[in-house]
Design a protein around this ligand. Structure first.
Ligand SMILES: Nc1ncnc2c1ncn2[C@@H]1O[C@H](COP(=O)(O)OP(=O)(O)OP(=O)(O)O)[C@@H](O)[C@H]1O
Length: 310
């Protein structure tokens, strides 16, 4: 079964009474149950708008969204979801323990089990030592971890997290990545937006790249990364060999003194090696591995840059 189904959603905002901003244009995708799903895109791509629509905080102009086959606008559908908003604001006079107890009261956690569950979650997000300090005295990263904690309290099946890594130091990011992986091992589904593409490469099964309100890529992380092995780095000794390349044979070239490093698509490798052997000296040929981040930055640039749907 799919945990999330987004079918052809569209959303246009009106700014200053007349200016229209198309935030989402016919966006469709689904998220498999038990997967970790990275939702990425440049600023203004429409990620938070999508998430707010999923959580019933905004109405789409067109299209529908579903959790486990049930319309996500039904409160019953959202009971199975833990949600972390992009810029959450909490009652800052409460302590993390009080906040989590408050959240637990709103779900079906039996009263007798609440205190133990809250202790467990505080431990999980590394806040046991700060459990009884007012939230206003905590750092940004600690508040972000409370935010993650409040999604965990009722042990939901589906997690929708809007930038869970934001404001965290490297250790905090590792902690959040570990929690996401533990949830996945327990069969839970985690859908999160982020600007840190390396985290997506490390944690996620699937990824969706949104640019200017439209889907630019949706598929498995492994497929994208495997494709990146389709280029080779060819190092040659002299410039004449590089100069002899026809346009389109190499993707890029970088010069370092006498050597030239050429980035060559697999299908052109034979032709490039033949040219090099004729005009210069071949020093090495190695498979080149581009990261998911490099691949997506190229995709974003080729889609016309990073500006949102304005
Ligand atoms: N309430 C609103 N009123 C007018 N325009 C809005 C509103 N909310 C979002 N937008 C516009 O819709 C577009 C998408 O915004 P959204 O916040 O969904 O992007 P995002 O991908 O989450 O960006 P970021 O990575 O910066 O958080 C942007 O052009 C934004 O200015």
């Amino acid at each position: 079964m799919t945990a999330i189904d987004v079918r052809s959603i569209g959303k246009t905002f009106t700014k200053k009474l007349t200016k229209k901003v198309c935030a989402l244009n016919d966006v469709s995708f689904s998220v498999a149950e038990g997967s970790a799903f990275g939702f990425i895109g440049p600023n203004g791509a429409g990620k938070s708008t999508t998430i707010k629509i999923l959580m019933g905080l905004l109405r789409p102009d067109s299209g529908n969204t579903f959790f486990y086959g049930q319309n996500s606008f039904e409160p019953a559908a959202r009971k199975r979801v833990g949600y972390l908003a992009e810029n959450p604001a909490y009652y800052d006079y409460l302590t993390p323990r009080e906040l989590l107890e408050f959240v637990a009261c709103h779900y079906d956690t039996p009263a007798a089990a609440r205190a133990d569950r809250v202790d467990e979650v505080l431990e999980q997000v590394g806040l046991t030592a700060a459990a009884d300090r007012p939230i206003r005295s905590l750092s940004k990263g600690m508040v972000q971890r409370i935010g993650l904690g409040q999604t965990l309290v009722h042990d939901p099946d589906l997690y929708i997290l809007d930038e869970p890594m934001s404001g965290l130091d490297p250790l905090g990011r590792v902690l959040v990545a570990d929690i996401i992986q533990q949830l996945k091992r327990r069969g839970k589904t985690v859908f999160f937006s982020t600007h840190i593409i390396n985290d997506v490469e490390r944690i996620c099964d699937d990824v969706l790249l949104l640019v200017g309100g439209s889907v630019r890529y949706h598929g498995s992380v492994k497929t994208v990364v495997d494709q990146s092995y389709n280029t080779y780095e060819v190092v040659v000794r002299n410039d004449a060999a590089a100069a002899a390349m026809e346009p389109g044979l190499v993707l890029s070239e970088a010069r370092e003194g006498e050597t030239v490093r050429l980035s060559v698509p697999k299908q052109n490798l034979e032709a490039v090696i033949a040219k090099v052997s004729h005009h210069g000296e071949l020093l090495s040929v190695e498979p080149e591995r581009r990261t998911l981040e490099q691949i997506f930055v190229e995709l974003i640039k080729s889609s016309g840059g990073s500006k949102g749907g304005e």
